[in-house]
Structure formats: structure tokens, C-alpha cells
Design a protein around this ligand. Structure first.
Ligand code: ZN
Length: 194
């Protein structure tokens, strides 16, 4: 089923680009919402061959343009119904555009946790207060298939944890304390979407 979803997605993606010059990001892709079963799957690794393929490279471009078009600071492949371990993130100058494939996250618990108020592009209209580790260690492949190993802190660490959760079928509502964690509507405007 996962393979079917991916190949279907790839086919659609390819079709959408058949009239485009290579490298042109023609998104946006459709973002699926809470209740869609793909959001609850554990996504599968991307193979080395897949990363090199034009189809997947185009998909990455579409993910980036979809993230930007939706006003998000992060977007994970399962959010566009592709159950693969890949996400993108970008926020102003503090978080440069990063393509993260097959990530391994080590939570650096000795630095502690902090509160984070987050919105999710797959859960429109809801903002949730969650606790995130202040720092993480992130190992992943970039879009060229190169191994990257880095420590992330600040907002980058927050986004990475939110997106990494998506790859494991975890959503911010899973952390919800129904009596405390929803944010007042007047606070909505400044909350990041991921
Ligand atoms: Zn999200």
C-alpha cells in the first residue's frame, strides 16, 4: 500500500512536470489532513537510487514550493501523502533551507526541554503547546545523498522534532492536554506552521 501510494504520487508528480523545464518547481502538492491514514503510518526509508532519480528530485522541489506556498516553516513527505522518510524546513535567516532524508535523531536531554507553541499544516486552525528538547543531534542524507551530521538548536531543533514526528505517524494532538494546551485564538497569528 505504501509503495502504491508513493508510485501513484510519483506518477502524478511526473505528469505535473511533463511540460516543465527540469528544475522548475511546479507545486503545490495537496496537503492531507488529520484523519487521513497516511499521517499515522511509519514512513519508510528512501533508497540511494531513489534519491538520485529525477522523479524524487522533482518531488523535493515540489515539497519546497508547497511548504513556501502554504506559509509553513517545515513540511514532511507524509503530509503530502507520500510515506517516505523525508522532510524540508526553512525559516527566515535562522533556519536555512534544509532537505532531510532518512534522519536519525538523538535527543540531547542534558540540555533540557522548552515549551513550543506549534501549528500543523495537516491540522488547520489548531495550535498546540508542546515540550521539545532544546537540542538534538541529527544525522541524515541531503538531496545529493551526502551524509550530514549536525547538532541543531533553537527553532531549527523545534521544526526538526515536529517533522521527525511526522515520519513516525506522530502528530502534535498526541501531546495534547485538553485542559491546558490549546492556545487562545488571539495568539494564533504568530504561531509557526509545520
Ligand atoms: Zn505538522
Amino acid at each position: 500500500m505504501k509503495t502504491l501510494l508513493l508510485s501513484l504520487m510519483m506518477t502524478i508528480s511526473l505528469a505535473a512536470h511533463s511540460h516543465s523545464v527540469r528544475g522548475y518547481a511546479g507545486g503545490p502538492l495537496e496537503i492531507i489532513e488529520l484523519g487521513h491514514p497516511t499521517l499515522r503510518l511509519t514512513a519508510t526509508d528512501v533508497t540511494a537510487d531513489e534519491i538520485q532519480s529525477e522523479t524524487f528530485q522533482t518531488f523535493i522541489d515540489d515539497m519546497i514550493s508547497t511548504m513556501k506556498a502554504s506559509g509553513g516553516v517545515g513540511l514532511a513527505a507524509p503530509q503530502v501523502n507520500v510515506s517516505k522518510r523525508m522532510f524540508v524546513m526553512k525559516s527566515g535567516f535562522s533556519v536555512p533551507l534544509t532537505v532531510v532524508i532518512n534522519p536519525k535523531v538523538k535527543y540531547l536531554s542534558n540540555y533540557g526541554k522548552k515549551n513550543s507553541t506549534e501549528g500543523c499544516l495537516s491540522i488547520p486552525g489548531k495550535r498546540v503547546r508542546v515540550k521539545r528538547f532544546k537540542r538534538i543531534h541529527l544525522d541524515y542524507l541531503n538531496r545529493d545523498g551526502e551524509e550530514i551530521s549536525e547538532e541543531a538548536k533553537g527553532f531549527k531543533a523545534i521544526i526538526a522534532q515536529h517533522e521527525f514526528d511526522h515520519l513516525n505517524g506522530v502528530l502534535i494532538v498526541d501531546f495534547l492536554d485538553p485542559f491546558a494546551d490549546f492556545v487562545d485564538p488571539e495568539d494564533y497569528v504568530s504561531v509557526p506552521l509545520m
